[in-house]
Design a protein. Structure first.
Length: 126
């Protein structure tokens, strides 16, 4: 899966957590980096922040919709402003999954487990 967020600390925490449950996670710090990754790789899901400088999560979603429509049911938009009408409208029209920031990691895991499977066995507890 591809995790896209301009907050390095958040990417690191979410990646580590998901890897513990057997997900293969590749990180992208920007929407443009994610777009480049999509050109050269294959992903079973995309988790993207909505608001990023430059190339936003909305723009990434639109690119995926055009170039990789099979990923739309497994595209998760995260946003701290899902209560804004503009954001709500976009998420509803897009038909994608969404999570309000801040979110619980368990909620993200449950959402992902509904739409895709881990690629490896979960890691042993530390």
């Amino acid at each position: 899966m591809l995790l896209v967020d301009d907050e390095a600390g958040l990417r690191r925490i979410v990646s580590r957590y998901l890897r513990r449950f057997g997900f293969r996670v590749e990180e992208a710090p920007t929407g443009l980096a994610a777009a480049a990754a999509l050109m050269s790789g294959s992903y079973d899901a995309i988790i993207s922040d909505m608001r990023m400088p430059g190339f936003s999560g909305k723009q990434l979603f639109e690119l995926v919709q055009r170039e990789h429509p099979e990923l739309i049911p497994r595209f998760v938009l995260m946003s701290g402003d899902l209560m804004r009408q503009e954001t709500q409208r976009f998420v509803e029209q897009a038909g994608c999954l969404s999570l309000e920031k801040p979110y619980e990691l368990n909620d993200l895991l449950a959402l992902l487990q509904r739409v895709c499977r881990p690629t490896t066995a979960p890691a042993a507890a530390d």
